[in-house]
Design a protein around this ligand. Structure first.
Ligand SMILES: [Zn+2]
Length: 271
């Protein structure tokens, strides 16, 4: 009996040794990050002066500033979609604690209020614009108005902002929600539909020399084939509204259907 117990414990110890040995050799080979880097993504929409009221999709500028300070103090570094794409391709490294900030819909307040605060702190964010909402400069309304094409170019040129796609005209609930597929559509007709919409936004952005490589699905609504279609259109990263922390590896697949946390303007950050 004693012998049996001895054999049992020897077996266990050998197993522990093997397990620990594997861990040591993995990090010694520089693969400690092979499990991936955690990436939270925060989803903002409108940013307004403090005298306006906040809601689920509107954040007061003083709260946004507090978020930026909190992010910095917690040791996070903001990254852009292009940083993530370069990382998965092995072209560059990521900071130790990356975080991505995104602004959906393309409201003026992002340029007027949020962007100067980002630049001041050497932080950055992606701005997802809807092609059909892009305004003529003259039609611009304060705060809740939408950005113009020219403003998108200024923002992109400034370096703190990366312009990404939020579709040309899928920001609606009917006849379909966002980029969902209609029941009568086949793989082919759906792909054609999504490619056409994407090409329309690209035609607008071509006027200012921008070719986005990231796509935020309106309402986080998409079809199981959407990522493959967008990949064919040249996109390397897509964003949903599913609230989860992402894990980024060197596998290009990991950048599709990234989760995001909505920053509710009346709740406490972090969301
Ligand atoms: Zn939206």
């Amino acid at each position: 009996m004693k012998k049996r117990i001895f054999v049992f414990f020897t077996f266990i110890l050998f197993g522990v040794f093997l397990f620990c040995g594997a861990e040591v050799s993995a990090s010694a080979l520089g693969e400690s990050g092979s499990d991936g880097v955690e990436l939270p993504v925060i989803m903002y929409h409108a940013v307004v002066p403090d005298k306006y009221s906040a809601d689920a999709y509107t954040v007061k500028i003083s709260d946004f500033i507090s978020d930026l300070e909190y992010i910095r103090q917690s040791g996070y570094t903001t990254v852009l979609p292009r940083d993530l794409i370069a990382y998965v391709r092995g072209e560059r490294d990521l900071p130790e604690k990356p975080i991505m900030l995104t602004f959906d819909d393309g409201f003026c307040g992002v340029k007027d209020l949020a962007m100067p605060e980002l630049i001041k702190r050497n932080q950055c964010a992606a701005v997802a614009v809807v092609g059909r909402y892009l305004r003529d400069e003259n039609e611009r309304k304060v705060v809740y108005g939408y950005l113009s094409l020219d403003e998108c170019k200024q923002m992109q040129d400034g370096g703190a902002i990366e312009i990404i796609s939020h579709s040309y005209d899928l920001h609606k609930l009917k006849p379909r929600k966002g980029a969902c597929r209609l029941w009568r559509e086949t793989d082919e007709t759906y792909a054609e539909f999504l490619k056409n919409d994407t090409a329309k936004l690209q035609a607008e952005l071509d006027k200012i020399g921008i070719r986005p490589t990231a796509y935020a699905y309106p309402f986080g609504a998409f079809d199981k084939t959407s990522n493959a279609v967008l990949r064919e259109c040249g996109y390397s990263l897509t964003l949903t509204c599913r609230e989860k922390i992402n894990v980024i590896t060197r596998d290009e697949e990991c950048l599709f259907s990234l989760g995001r946390f909505n920053r509710h303007g009346r709740k406490k950050f972090p969301v």
